[in-house]
Write a protein that binds this ligand. Structure first.
Ligand SMILES: CC/C=C\C/C=C\C/C=C\C=C\CC(=O)SCCNC(=O)CCNC(=O)[C@H](O)C(C)(C)COP(=O)(O)OP(=O)(O)OC[C@H]1O[C@@H](n2cnc3c(N)ncnc32)[C@H](O)[C@@H]1OP(=O)(O)O
Length: 300
């Protein structure tokens, strides 16, 4: 898949992709891998490779809540691109290194009080991440070990299979309307593809965040397991998916997903312009302000 990352050279130059991860990751063999196989990654994305299995575990660690800032998106994109281009890997498991949070979704501070050029650059990176995960040739499994609203839910929905930890706090859904904003059409499309038109219609308008039992029932996740079994379940599901010949699985995935991705690919620039126009409105900026204040006040 030929996707351009399309971020400012400065943004990319600021990052140090593939630097050895300081501290915990340094010199520590990846779990389940043979001696000498090291974790690698970037400051916010820890990659634990298991070359023997052809699998890499990608841990998001952008504390406190794994909000998808521009820098974090860029690091995720670079990690994904690298894994995609390395023939060692046939599958990745996306999970979180932030306790209790899979991802709080898009970083509201990238959209609040920012100028149009910044918003456009940000939105392009959001599109890019979605396209890369959604159309990945790798098997992508979400080991969802925390709450995942809005953009966090989109990331989960873009995986091939979702395993959610059974903790009532770990709700998942597209809650944009609760913020006074709307889910973009491609977020909506992915939700409709996953849970069906009627369920998506209700969930989107009411900004539902489904706790695990409801999430399983509506089909927004594929499996709910005890929290300490999320990673092992993701590994065994991965083994099932990797039993299928890659070429057949990849072509089938493309057949199913391409029409949805094409809807965005055919109008990416217009989508960016729509986003910038929408997010720049005074009323929307006001809604974001109110929501951010609410998040602050929650702390007491
Ligand atoms: C015509 C139309 C065209 C285009 C489409 C138009 C518009 C679409 C536009 C946008 C789409 C956006 C999708 C999104 O993803 S929006 C983000 C949605 N996310 C949320 O609602 C989650 C908000 N966060 C929370 O609910 C909680 O933080 C939590 C449950 C995830 C975690 O709770 P905690 O109690 O553990 O932590 P907090 O104290 O609440 O947070 C810590 C810290 O982090 C800040 N923060 C939280 N979430 C975000 C975020 N998403 N972005 C930026 N910052 C976030 C929070 O404010 C705290 O900061 P401080 O420590 O107070 O500084």
């Amino acid at each position: 898949m030929a996707l351009t990352v399309g971020l400012r050279p400065l943004t990319r130059a600021l990052l140090r992709p593939w630097a050895r991860v300081p501290g915990a990751a340094l010199g520590r063999p990846a779990a389940g891998s043979g001696d000498g196989v090291r974790c690698f990654g970037s400051p916010r994305v820890l990659v634990e490779p298991d070359p023997a299995a052809g699998v890499a575990v990608m841990k998001m660690r952008n504390p406190p809540v794994n909000s998808l800032s521009l820098e974090f998106l860029t690091e995720l994109l670079i990690s994904l691109e690298k894994l995609e281009n390395d023939k060692t890997f046939r599958g990745i498991i996306i999970t979180s290194d932030c306790p209790g949070i899979f991802s709080a979704g898009l970083d509201l501070l990238e959209m609040y009080g920012r100028d149009p050029a910044h918003c456009a650059e940000y939105w392009k990176a959001v599109q890019e991440l979605w396209l890369r995960v959604y159309l990945s040739n790798l098997v992508v499994i979400g080991a969802i070990n925390g709450i995942s609203p809005a953009g966090g839910c989109l990331l989960s929905l873009s995986c091939d299979y979702r395993v959610l930890a059974n903790n009532p706090k770990y709700a998942i859904g597209l809650n944009e309307t609760l913020l006074g904003i709307i889910a973009p059409f491609w977020f909506k499309d992915v939700l409709v593809n996953t849970i069906g038109h009627r369920a998506a219609e209700r969930a989107l308008q009411l900004g539902f965040l489904f706790p695990p039992s409801d999430a399983l029932q509506v089909g927004i996740v594929d499996q709910v397991v005890p929290e300490d079994q999320v990673q092992s379940t993701a590994r065994s599901v991965m083994a099932q998916w990797l039993a299928i010949p890659d070429h057949a699985r990849q072509l089938t995935k493309n057949l199913v997903r391409k029409p949805t991705a094409d809807r965005l690919l055919q109008q990416r620039d217009a989508d960016i312009q729509n986003f910038v126009r929408f997010i720049s409105r005074d009323s929307i900026q006001k809604s974001l302000h109110v929501y951010l204040e609410k998040l602050k006040q929650k702390k007491g």
